[in-house]
Design a protein around this ligand. Structure first.
Ligand code: XIL
Length: 354
């Protein structure tokens, strides 16, 4: 009897250590979900950065390298170099690539914003940009954030050169967005096309506006495949029930949902460490809940964090260094409680088909 108990506990310990030894990537593969991180090309020369990235994730997204300002620095010049390096890295390590982004109000080069182009000229520029960039990555980028952050907080369309200043002249309201999706589809018919936005995770006026647009697009045959919910958690705790309801209403339209830019910002000290260590556990619980809310809907097919090490995160810049420590690894690449929380959520989930 005693030997049986001993053997059983040895098997259990072995299984437990096997589970613990799994990387996040293995856990994600097992659960049948894409798990990504935003990547900055500058850090691809750093061994700790690249080894962690390749070991722990099965998807990447260039943080900035595919934005207009980076990839299209002059009217007749495209600079694919940095984004190509990220794509090559992903290919060498069997990772998928999300593209980000083809149309956004910000991060545009000055030649474009100061160029005083007419609607007709802008329309040609946008068409050619989408055609060139999506065409360049045809077959290598499986999903694109075609349009980023086109709505304001209360669901109004955000003013931009593409919409109304002067706009691309593609008709009214969200027609300019539909146009961008059609052009992206022409450039790569097999890429999945997403509308991506911030603070549309919960049911509210802003996500209602995006929902109305998505529904209309589906009815009118606009080639949209999914919604990207950024999920930057900058204050407090998200309303998980509301997120579940929101994801469900989008997926009922026949769309996929990707969580695209997850991070959970904490108040930090002068060194960028969480000022209150107990916040790390609170942060882990938010990561766990968000992973679960995605896992529980089979059409929520990807979960991605905006970076992966606290060494490099946009949160410090965004919050004037008052917040940070928002990711899964600390600045020495050591896994944090948030890392364990996601891994446990993935390991505990029944495997699903991708
Ligand atoms: C941020 C990057 O992280 C920064 O490096 C850059 O300076 C500004 O943009 N929503 C988005 C992302 O869709 O593209 C933004 O990324 C963060 C907010």
């Amino acid at each position: 009897m005693r030997t049986m108990i001993k053997t059983a506990s040895a098997v259990f310990l072995l299984a437990a250590s096997w589970c613990a030894a799994q990387s996040l990537r293995e856990a994600a593969d097992r659960a049948g979900i894409l798990l990504g991180a935003a990547v900055n090309v500058r850090h691809l020369t750093e061994p700790a950065y690249t080894s962690t990235l390749a070991r722990e994730f099965n998807m990447v997204e260039p943080e900035d390298a595919m934005k207009w300002r980076d990839i299209h620095p002059a009217e007749k010049t495209f600079d694919f170099g940095p984004a190509d390096r990220i794509v090559e890295f992903a290919q060498n390590h069997g990772m998928k690539v999300r593209g980000h982004t083809l149309l956004w109000a910000t991060h545009n080069p000055e030649w474009l914003t100061q160029g005083k182009y007419t609607r007709e000229q802008l329309s040609v520029l946008l068409h050619d940009h989408i055609n060139e960039v999506v065409g360049h990555y045809r077959g290598r980028v499986f999903a694109w954030d075609v349009v980023n952050e086109a709505f304001e907080e209360h669901g109004w369309l955000r003013k931009s050169i593409w919409y109304d200043q002067p706009g691309i002249g593609a008709g009214k309201h969200t027609d300019y967005i539909a146009q961008a999706f059609r052009w992206a589809h022409q450039a790569d018919p097999s890429a999945l096309l997403f509308y991506n936005d911030a603070e549309i995770e919960q049911v509210d006026r802003k996500s209602n506006a995006v929902y109305k647009m998505a529904k209309r697009f589906k009815q009118r045959g606009v080639p949209i495949d999914g919604i990207g919910m950024q999920m930057h958690v900058l204050h407090g705790a998200p309303n998980i029930a509301s997120i579940a309801t929101n994801i469900a209403r989008f997926t009922k339209l026949g769309l996929q949902v990707h969580i695209t830019e997850l991070d959970v910002a904490l108040p930090v000290d002068g060194e960028g460490k969480a000022s209150n260590p107990s916040d790390l556990q609170r942060q882990a619980e938010i990561y766990r809940e968000i992973s679960r809310v995605c896992l529980q809907n089979p059409r929520c097919t990807a979960l991605q964090t905006w970076g992966f090490t606290d060494k490099y995160s946009w949160i410090g810049w965004e919050t004037h260094r008052t917040k940070g420590a928002a990711l899964l690894f600390d600045s020495q690449y050591q896994p944090k409680p948030s890392y364990d929380a996601i891994k446990q959520a993935l390991m505990q989930w029944p495997r699903r088909q991708r």
